[in-house]
Design a protein around this ligand. Sequence first.
Ligand SMILES: [Zn+2]
Ligand SMILES: [Zn+2]
Ligand SMILES: [Zn+2]
Length: 352
Amino acid sequence: MRRYACPNCSNEVHFRNSECVNCHSRLGYVPAWDQMFYASPDDQLWHDGATAYKACANRQSIYCNWLVESDDEEEHCLSCRHTLVIPDLSSDENREHWAALEEAKRRLFYSIEKFKLGVGDLVHQPDTALRFEFKADTLTPDGKTTRVLTGHDRGLITINVAEADDPTREKYRKAMGEPYRTLIGHFRHESGHYYWDHLVWNTPKLDAYRAIFGDEREDYGEALKRHYEHGAPAGWEATHVSSYACAHSWEDFAETWAHYFHIVDGLETAGWYGLDGHTPDAGLKRTPGGWSDAGPYGAAEFRPLMDAWVPLTVAMNAMNRSIGLSDFYPFVLSDTIFAKLEFIHGIIHDRG
Ligand SMILES: [Zn+2]
Ligand SMILES: [Zn+2]
Ligand SMILES: [Zn+2]
């Protein structure tokens, strides 16, 4: 993620901020510009010169700070409009969880915009667009719980809002033996299933995919059952980014896809803070040097990304240890995992 400056006072502000802590300007983010704008106190709208923007309809309810062109019929921002189902808001807890989910989802959309992956046409071809539903478990009258399973089904990503509850997520993280279990990780993972359908399935890349990730025609239900009964095979770390990636070829792809997003976004952040060995440009207005103008998101070659990433993770692990935290990056990337990441780099950047 890049760094942002308040356009009114130049104070550093963050991607999620809707107000500058220094000058109290009302801030709004325009994805097409990847920039923050501020509204003057006597104006309801934000302006970039030629275009006026209104706030996303979710600004008050869940602090969405994204903007929409003022003459757009759509009331919701690019990210919020892709959420089709939200939990029951008579519960304050549900509202808080929904807000946290949308904040993580905007980070996913940030990456999707940077990779120029597209999210489909929600208006004309909704069945092939990227869609989300955020649901809570419900109690039936006989006292049983109807569980919501987080997952992906032909473009529709379902997330159980309990994942936004930190203690709950931490409990599952420990139970599943995962080093990372985060909201942004869920979004990145589930989006991997969506983009598999569009970038791998029925394309000339399918054979290469199967050679690297295995055959996705293996029965999915049986494969998951086997995984939950027996766990990942011994030595899985040499071939997969997580134990869950061993469950099925599709899960391996989605886990590696999420990992690739972690790496590229991590490198972009490192670049903006001068942590990746490149010298950041003065001020917060320009992309740091060392990459193409688009930064790590636009890197044509895969290897330079990894050449920058590996030493950064070694340094970050050392940083965490020096203040008593667990490792920032508890992974060792083998050649097999490199090949998987490189395949994903390829399908993102080589789309004709
Ligand atoms: Zn300011
Ligand atoms: Zn929004
Ligand atoms: Zn999955």
